[in-house]
Design a protein around this ligand. Structure first.
Ligand code: TYC
Length: 100
């Protein structure tokens, strides 16, 4: 087998074992209530109330904060759920994803 074939098989195998991971971050804004952010972190990101409160404060103080690290499709779904839930409650809360 020629060398590049071996190499691509090897890298395919590595990709199967270790998918790219994506950070999902919430962004601060001036209008979303702190309570809504805490609920979002508990409901969508499965944080405890204590962790959710600490993460919400970090976002409020620093502009953004890490909510979790997921594979591409799960991260996309989290971002979409935040967007739909915020829209429903008329808050401008936004989540973004970023390759780790
Ligand atoms: N800054 C908002 C306030 O003072 C609270 C907030 C926190 C909004 C985190 C968004 O991702 C956010 N009500």
């Amino acid at each position: 087998m020629i060398e590049h074939e071996l190499e691509s098989e090897l890298s395919e195998e590595i990709e199967l074992k270790k998918p790219k991971m994506y950070k999902v971050m919430l962004l601060n804004d001036d209008y979303t209530s702190m309570e809504f952010v805490v609920s979002t972190l508990m409901g969508i990101f499965h944080k405890s109330e204590e962790d959710a409160y600490a993460i919400m404060l970090r976002i409020h103080n620093n502009g953004s904060g890490l909510c979790g690290v997921y594979t591409y499709e799960i991260a996309e779904t989290k971002v979409a759920h935040v967007s739909n839930s915020a829209k429903k409650s008329k808050f401008p809360l936004r989540a973004v994803m970023e390759e780790e």
